[in-house]
Ligand binder design. Structure first.
Ligand SMILES: [Zn+2]
Length: 280
């Protein structure tokens, strides 16, 4: 269910942050490991080879808040916190997980996808079965992506040009090439601020979690995005008082949004951020 992000993104100014898409040991039954040498090499090749690039053209820093999988608590209180601040987020939905309960949370159902879309939030693709791209043959990956898209389009008729997030942050070379021809963009779990020329199929994103973006390093990340006039993309999972290692609290999420707005960031879903940046 969760992203394969084991490394802490500390302070962007410290130079200490490390990639969050490393493939080391799993920590629980829901985790997926690297799956051997070939998938590992496939991921490494995929993340290094850009098939589409674009240059961000922003006149003010932009923040996007995204949710993966997504648990019930991302819907409420997660989306509600965004609504309360007058902003919208992006929800990457793995349609095969709808309503399923794992050791950490219960995934929201199709009704929540429809409700979020009706409230102006963006619905993105996250694979139907939520399998790591680098461990699927390209044809199976394409079929799973098509199933995800079809399921979401049944719920939200008229959905087009969807954005995608890699389950577990894991990509693959041919899988990424397929995505480049199929979706608007792909989001990784590689921490950093997007600025200047960027790989549209490996958008950097920082996890809002105890080992990623927290109340303590929030301002540093906002500083980095502001200095670069860049695009800071965040992702998280559950939103509750006692979140999983992959989620955050209501308090932190509300503070992230409030501070970004106070600092005059545009807070936009991924599709609107791309529009704002002049990326077709
Ligand atoms: Zn996921």
């Amino acid at each position: 269910m969760i992203e394969d992000s084991r490394k802490v993104a500390t302070n962007p100014a410290s130079g200490q942050q490390r990639p969050q898409d490393s493939q080391d040991a799993s920590t629980g039954s829901d985790d997926v490991g690297a799956g051997g040498l070939l998938p590992r090499l496939n991921h490494m090749a995929g993340r290094r080879v850009p098939f589409r690039t674009a240059t961000l053209g922003l006149d003010q820093p932009v923040l996007s808040v995204t949710f993966d999988d997504f648990p019930q608590s991302a819907f409420d209180p997660g989306a509600r916190i965004l609504d309360d601040h007058g902003v919208r987020g992006t929800f990457y939905a793995a349609s095969g997980l709808f309503g399923q309960t794992n050791s950490r949370w219960t995934v929201a159902g199709a009704d929540k996808v429809a409700a979020l879309h009706a409230r102006g939030h963006e619905i993105g693709l996250h694979g139907h079965a939520h399998k790591p791209a680098n461990r699927m043959r390209t044809a199976a990956f394409a079929a799973d992506l098509a199933a995800n898209r079809a399921a979401l389009r049944r719920i939200v008729p008229g959905l087009t040009r969807e954005n995608y997030a890699f389950p577990y942050g894991l990509c693959g070379l041919m899988q990424k090439r397929h995505l480049a021809a199929t979706v608007r963009t792909c989001r990784s779990v590689q921490p950093g601020v997007n600025a200047g020329r960027m790989d549209l199929d490996f958008i950097k994103a920082v996890e809002v979690s105890v080992r990623g973006l927290t109340a303590d390093n929030l301002e540093s990340w906002l500083d980095a995005a502001e200095a670069a006039k860049g695009w800071l993309v965040l992702f998280t999972h559950d939103v509750c008082d006692a979140p999983s290692p992959y989620g955050t609290t209501q308090k932190v999420l509300a503070r992230v949004v409030a501070r970004a707005l106070e600092r005059r960031f545009a807070v936009l879903p991924v599709d609107a951020a791309l529009d704002r940046a002049g990326i077709a």
